[in-house]
Design a protein around this ligand. Structure first.
Ligand code: FAD
Length: 316
């Protein structure tokens, strides 16, 4: 079932999950272990992130430097299919512009269509490590709205090449929104204008970047509605569970940690105490979001289901 139909037919708010594929050579059992404890909450869909190839430079024994392309987390299409086969959920594989030509993207979408996967999350992707700005691949997309347009055209059977007898795809398209603004955008209004381009190109709903201050989400939703964006907006929540998160999350995701949360974490002596603070904070966020009309809450699980389970039990 398409995510947009799940949202429209839901009789109340629900939770959805986001998973990161295992590192190269990793075990599908890890993924099963990350999902199984959360199946009691019947999440209707699970997102699978996509991680583009990276380049590293290595010195050979003869002193020459060689460039190596590293695929750290391969197999997101296969993983999506494996999850759907084992669990009664829809999967939402992420499809990313970075590192891919339009033809490569089309082939991924064709594979997903063969697998009867009806949902995708369209993203531009971040600059590669060491790059200041996002560099589009030759023959690829510069911004996500172009990728959304490509997927929407496939839904009309408009493939890149003239293909007599080609059948239409049937994708429901999610896109990303940023309650605290995407870090490259000059201001929130411009960022929301760009978000509207994604919706106008065919996106059916929005999932937000994680945030720790609900006020930012409510302001964002109001600003989206004022800008004429009418599609559902699902808040994304990530509980803090270690001291390290306080440094890594703001720098990786360009988000703020509110004073009250960082003060509470500073009072902790162990990661177990930080985890408890994170669960309490995210639970309070979740309850308020639901009370104020969020259709669902999307949890960034990052492979550890225990804190997510504690939060979902209290929120839903
Ligand atoms: P865009 O919508 O293209 O926006 C990128 C920037 O360009 C913004 O600042 C926007 O304001 C600006 N912009 C857009 N259109 C224009 C225009 N026409 N002219 C000028 N400026 C413009 N990354 C991954 O690599 N893999 C994942 O699986 C993944 N999953 C994610 C899931 C969620 C829910 C979120 C919120 C992010 C995810 N990301 C993922 C990260 C995402 O790829 C980055 O945040 C990326 O930097 C922006 O992606 P986007 O799709 O929002 O880009």
């Amino acid at each position: 079932m398409k995510v947009i139909d799940i949202i429209e037919k839901a009789t109340g708010p629900f939770c959805s999950l986001e998973l990161v594929p295992p590192l190269r050579g990793g075990d599908i059992k890890k993924i099963h272990a990350a999902i199984e404890p959360l199946m009691e909450f019947a999440p209707p869909f699970i997102n699978i992130t996509f991680h583009r190839d990276e380049e590293i430079f290595r010195q050979r024994p003869d002193g020459a430097i060689e460039r190596i392309v590293v695929t750290k987390r391969p197999g997101s299409v296969a993983l999506a299919a494996a999850i759907m086969k084992r669990f009664p959920v829809e999967v939402v594989p992420h499809v990313v512009c970075g590192g891919a030509t339009r033809h490569q993207i089309e082939n991924v979408l064709i594979d997903l269509h063969f697998l009867d996967i009806e949902n995708v999350m369209a993203l531009r992707g971040d600059p590669l490590p060491g790059q200041r700005n996002f560099v589009p691949t030759d023959g690829g997309h510069r911004y996500c709205n172009e990728l959304v347009g490509q997927i929407a055209r496939l839904n009309d059977a408009r493939y890149l090449d003239e293909l007599p007898g080609a059948v239409p795809a049937n994708f429901c398209i999610g896109v990303a929104g940023y309650p605290e603004k995407h870090h490259e955008a000059p201001n929130i209004e411009t960022d929301i204008e760009h978000l509207k381009h994604k919706v106008d190109a065919g996106a059916h709903y929005i999932v937000t970047q994680m945030f720790f201050d609900n006020a930012a989400f409510f302001r964002f939703v109001d600003a989206c509605r004022s800008a004429g964006i009418t599609v559902p907006i699902i808040p994304g929540i990530k509980p803090i569970s270690t001291f390290k998160h306080v440094e890594t999350l703001p720098s990786a995701f360009h988000i703020d940690i509110p004073d009250a949360l960082s003060r509470a974490i500073r009072r902790c002596k162990t990661n177990a105490e930080v985890n408890a603070v994170g669960v309490e904070w995210a639970t309070a966020q979740g309850k308020e979001l639901i009370a104020r009309g969020a259709p669902a809450i999307h949890f960034y699980t990052m492979g550890s289901p225990d804190n997510i389970r504690d939060i979902i039990r209290q929120v839903f």
